[in-house]
Structure formats: C-alpha cells, structure tokens
Design a protein around this ligand. Structure first.
Ligand code: ZN
Length: 489
C-alpha cells in the first residue's frame, strides 16, 4: 500500500455512488487501465465503454464518438478537449488522443466530469495503475438472433445459468413472444438496442421488482418454440413456417412415393452393441433382421432398399443418415436390441421417435446407443450435435413427425400381434443416428438381450423372421396411408 491516501479516496468515492441507472440495480466495481503519454494519464475510451457495458457509436463524418448510457449520451472528438454530456459542454484542458482505433481521454479532467454529473463516479486506485469505477451488475445483457437453415435461435446472453423453472414464455395474438425470467436484472438499454434480424422485428424489455420481461415482435408465424438455458445463455429456438419452407414441403409431398426404404442395422464391426448370454451380440441380430426385412420389401413390395451396412463392418452414426439422405430414401428404419444389465427382468419391444428424451429410461437407452460415438475415429463430427442442434434437428423433422409417429405406432401394433413379449410402446429420445435424416424415421428396439428368455428368442432365426415380417406389415400400412394423393395442410 504505497499510497494510502489514494485508496482512501477510492473507497470514499465509491461509497457515494451516484449513477445514471435505476437505483434498484446492484452495482459492481470495475477498473480501467491508466495509460501515460508525455507524463499525462489517460484512459481508453473503448475500455471505458466495455467496462460500463455500453454501446459506442462513431460518426465518421463528424469525427465524434458517442457513449450511450441508458439515460445519458457522452460525446468526445479526436484531438478536441471539449466533451459533451447530454446538452452540457465541458472543457478538459487537454485534448483526446486518437490513434486510429482507440480514443484516449485525459483521466484527471474526465473523472472530474464523471463525478459532477449523473454518470458513474470514478477514482484512481492506490496502485496508480487503474481508474476504479462502478457499473450496473446485470445478469441479462443482450440479445442476438441466429438464423439456421431449419429455424431461428434467439440467444440471450446471461451472466449465470437460469433454471428453466424460472422462465416462462407465451406468444400473444399480436405476434409478441413474451419471455419472463424471475430473478433477472436486465440491461434494458443494451437489450432493446441489440441488432436483430428477421423474424425478430423489435425487442422490448421491462424490469420489475422480482423479474424481467423481454418481448420479441415476430414477423413470421411461429409453429413451435422451445427454451433452453446454458451457463451464459437463454436460448429460444423457433420453428418458423416461412413461405418458402412450406412450398418446399408441399412440393416434396406432392411427389411423395415410397420408392426407397433405408434400413439401418445398428452397430457393427468393432462395435458389438449390447452383449447377451452365450456371446449373443446385438450387431448380429440387427444385421440379420435388417436383411430379412430388406428381402421382403424388395420381393413383395417392389420397393428399393438401401442398407447402411450389409456386413459386419463399423459405420459411424453420422454416415448412416448421410447414406439415407444421399440415396433419396423415403423412410429410415434403425434396428437395435435393448439391454438392461441392472434389471434383467426388463423385456419387451419399443419404438423411438427423435425428440429430446423425456423419461429416464428413454434417456438411458439413447445414451447407450449414442455411446458408440466414442469408438469413432473422427468424433469431431458430433461437435455440432449440441442440445440446440438436436432441438433444431427435431424440429426440422416435425415436417415428417406425423408420418414418423404413424409408422412407430404401426410397428408397435404389428409386433404386438405376433410377439408374446410386452409392448413397451412408442417413446422418444435424442438418438444421434436419427439426427439429420430428412425423411420419416424410427428406431426400433426389438427386445432385451439382457433378459434370459428374450435373448433365447432373439437368438432364433424363426423369431427374427417373425419380427421382420411385422415391421414389413407396418411398412405396407404406412405405404397405403401416405402414398399419393397426399393432402397438404
Ligand atoms: Zn443398439
């Protein structure tokens, strides 16, 4: 502590906070580096704006830099010693230095002005290396709109993770999406002035005692939205029915013919999938059922079949949907066998739709089936498979969701007719193998290899043929229902 007097001044000053924001907002201490030129101390204009979390506007023609506080405007000019705070002009005795990128403001006179207006007070700290000041402690800072091919994400930057339970949202008839966040302290000025793009036309922000509301005026009709949070963001994912999207789906549907079915035999090669008693492997069962089903489809339906694998080879998950899309597949069926080592009595068959998992069981199954990613050499392919992308992927598929739901229900119905094991129903979970399939798709778990009785059945070729026949029957009914003429709603 070389200069106790400065420290005293700093503490003294900060105790008498006098800031241009609502008195209810808690403040945090901030500091800016002091720069010295020719024995005079300066602070960087950009750092000042940054620590205050405010916007700056540079008017090139007028050579003026404006600091935008929530209810004040401060203007400086390069090489000029005049500074304007709202309509008042102050003289700093020393000019602002402009180096082409940053503006250096003489610290001493600038602090004087700050301390004599409604702006945040400032003082030089004891080390004489910094200017200390205060800035509002907001936990919700700004808004960004990110458009992706299949939807829009509104990203709200936050200082902490807000639990989903403190957030509520609704869309009004007038097209406002209202988001209420309990415990939020919003930087209204920043939020309202955040540059937005279609489909968000305007942003409004209202701070109240216990919560804050951020509202987005939406240009497009939103079909569906979902809210998620991360450590520093609140994400609102919107699926927007844009005209072009609707046209594309319409065109695709009018041409819809079930002429290619993609069958995906789960696992393979170095990835055995679930392992049962006596060395029975999931990958062997899935491949056999896939081939039996494929042959029935080709022979009896006259429909082209594409296999993601026809041998005992390892195929990464991402490649499986790529094969499906590249081949112009109209339906994607992924075949798997379940396992529950912790509960050997678990048995039965279930069919999954791609949606973020809702129940613990479903999440466990997805985690096991997605676990194969670790065996893939280039697992960076999945960096994009974050929660937000999964939600978009799911939403992209909602154009096929009706069809996928019908197929899943049909598969369960047909299996139920011939199998004596329990019908566990249609479920939903986030399977990577289904992400990106642009066609109706389902994932079938034929039975539990961990259950002694069911493993015995799954080991029999006749039982697997029965299963293949049931899936085939489901596909026949699916073809009947969805093949032309399709009604577009
Ligand atoms: Zn599997």
């Amino acid at each position: 502590m070389r200069n106790p007097i400065y420290l005293f001044i700093a503490i003294f000053t900060l105790c008498f906070l006098n800031v241009g924001v609502s008195a209810d907002v808690p403040m945090k201490n901030v500091k800016m580096k002091l720069h010295e030129f020719d024995g005079v101390q300066y602070i960087s204009g950009l750092e000042f704006a940054d620590t205050q979390n405010i916007r700056t506007i540079f008017y090139e023609d007028k050579e003026k830099l404006e600091f935008r506080f929530p209810d004040s405007k401060v203007t400086i000019s390069p090489h000029s010693s005049y500074i304007k705070v709202d309509d008042k002009i102050f003289h700093m005795y020393l000019p602002v230095i402009y180096d082409g990128t940053d503006f250096f403001i003489p610290a001493e006179p600038f602090m004087n002005i700050l301390n004599n207006t409604s702006l945040p007070n400032a003082a030089i700290d004891s080390s004489e290396e910094y200017v200390v000041s205060t800035a509002p402690l907001y936990n919700v800072n700004n808004v960004k709109v990110v458009n992706k091919v299949n939807g829009t994400i509104i990203k709200i930057q936050t200082e902490k993770q807000f639990s989903q339970s403190v957030i509520s949202a609704s869309i009004t008839r007038g097209g406002w999406l209202n988001l209420t966040v309990a415990g939020a302290l919003i930087d209204s000025a920043n939020i309202v002035n955040s540059p937005v793009e279609y489909p968000v036309m305007r942003v409004r922000a209202i701070q109240s005692q216990e919560s804050a509301q951020i509202s987005f005026m939406l240009k497009a009709k939103v079909d569906d939205y979902e809210i998620n949070t991360t450590q520093n963001e609140i994400l609102i994912t919107l699926r927007v029915a844009t005209a072009e999207n609707a046209d594309r789906i319409k065109e695709m549907r009018s041409k819809w013919l079930l002429d290619t079915i993609v069958i995906d035999a789960g696992h393979g090669g170095k990835d055995p999938g679930a392992v049962g008693k006596g060395g029975l492997l999931e990958k062997t069962i899935t491949l056999d059922v896939a081939k039996k089903l494929g042959r029935m489809i080709e022979r009896e339906m006259g429909v082209n079949v594409i296999y993601t694998r026809e041998e005992d080879v390892f195929i990464p998950l991402w490649k499986r949907t790529k094969v499906a899309n590249d081949s112009g597949g109209k339906v994607f069926i992924s075949i798997h066998v379940n396992s529950s080592p912790s509960s050997r009595s678990a048995k039965g068959f279930e069919t999954y739709l791609l949606r973020p998992g809702k129940t613990k069981d479903a999440i466990d199954v997805a985690a096991r089936e997605n676990g194969v990613i670790q065996l893939e050499e280039k697992n960076h392919e999945y960096k994009e498979s974050s929660n937000e992308n999964l939600i978009l992927a799911t939403m992209a598929q909602s154009s096929f969701m009706k069809e996928s739901e019908f197929l899943a229900a049909e598969v369960q119905k047909q299996l139920d007719r011939v199998l004596s094991t329990p019908n566990r129903g249609v479920k939903q979970a986030g399977f990577h193998v289904l992400v990106g399939a642009s066609m109706p798709n389902v994932l079938i778990e034929l039975g539990f290899i961990s259950n002694r009785d069911e493993a015995k059945l799954l080991g029999r070729s006749s039982y697997r043929r029965k299963i293949a026949r049931s899936i085939f029957d489901a596909l026949v009914n699916f073809k009947d229902k969805y093949e032309t003429p399709l009604i577009v709603d």
